[in-house]
Design a protein around this ligand. Sequence first.
Ligand code: SF4
Length: 411
Amino acid sequence: MKQPLKTSNGNTLLIVHSGTINTDAGPDFFNAKVKIDDTLWAGNIEIHINASDWKNHKHQSDKKYDNVILHVVYHYDTEVFYANGKPIPTLEIKNIIPPLMLRKYHQLQLQQNTIACEKIIVLPSSLNLTNWLGRLLIERLQDKCEFFESLLIQNNNHWEESFYTITARYFGMKTNAQPFEWLAQNLPLSVLAKHKNSLIQVEALVFGVAGFLEEDYQNSYINLMKREFDFLKTKYNLKPIDKSVWKFARTRPANFPSVRLVQFASLIYHSSHLLSKVLEAKNIQELIKLYSINPNKKLNPFLFIAHQTNAKQTPLGKSSIELLLINTVLPVLFLYGKRNDKEELSERALIFYEDIKPENNAISRFWQSLGIEIKSSFESQALIQLKNKYCNELKCLSCNIGKEILLNNNA
Ligand code: SF4
């Protein structure tokens, strides 16, 4: 049986609830509960290497620390007091942490490999690992939703408009994400919706606001688009962006902005109320079908003018659609469920991640080289979060793999 904990004053201590971690200013854990002898206390916990850090950090004169109920220190080098002169209950952990655990922790902190535990990794049980990956995926989705949440604020909580903007960004990939976002901002979805039954008008609006119809071309289809756009531009007071913002250099022909604009126009033309359709999709096949759009059969001449002779008019490939779902559509579906008390939609987003194959990128290949089998994008996304937000920042104590290593006597 474990020894009961004792405070530095010899009182019996039970940590009933360690509280929630606080990453902002103030005590390290909020809303904790501890029992000291027979009294239950509710409040905050502060952690330091030395007890004297309390004074060094001037907590005695900082009101944020008035409600600290327990001071946890590695080394109890001095007694510290509340403003009223009473001693703060303190737990010293120097003699509680097993030396082997401490040694392994130092070993992790000093590792020079790609990740700290690369040479000593110990995986938790499959249930524990699955739970940990699930938590990581949810964290990743919350991170991914931050940008979308800022769009919602900009668009007065208009979900379809914000979804249209974030979808546009995706079509720009990394290189042309910003021009695509400007395009969506200058071309409201409400304008496109009024012309969704005419492909030539949708293409004219997209290429026109993208700045491609400001010059003269010797091509009858482009001239037709130009005439349509001149009329619509005046009608809706549209402001084309400068064509020079689009980047063709160092871009594969399949990702040329002109190719992506054709695909984007095609998606808009074929799928009005896109977000509503995403919310209605019952399985991953329905979602993939929604984005499997064949562009206009008539070849768009913009694919064949200067710099673009290698470009082809192609539909979005299955891999591109899966990446679009992973990075853009499913995070929004997850957030929509959370924000609108429709938990079943958030859960559906997680299930869809399980139905998409894992991405093949440097991070997933790295985890595979350590013997971790990655079965779906649920796991590959979680492992990206683990690498970027935990391993790279040496947060091994907050990682379930790290805890397994520290607790495992054979590692
Ligand atoms: S955060 Fe976890 S997986 Fe990453 S290096 Fe530390 S213990 Fe290993």
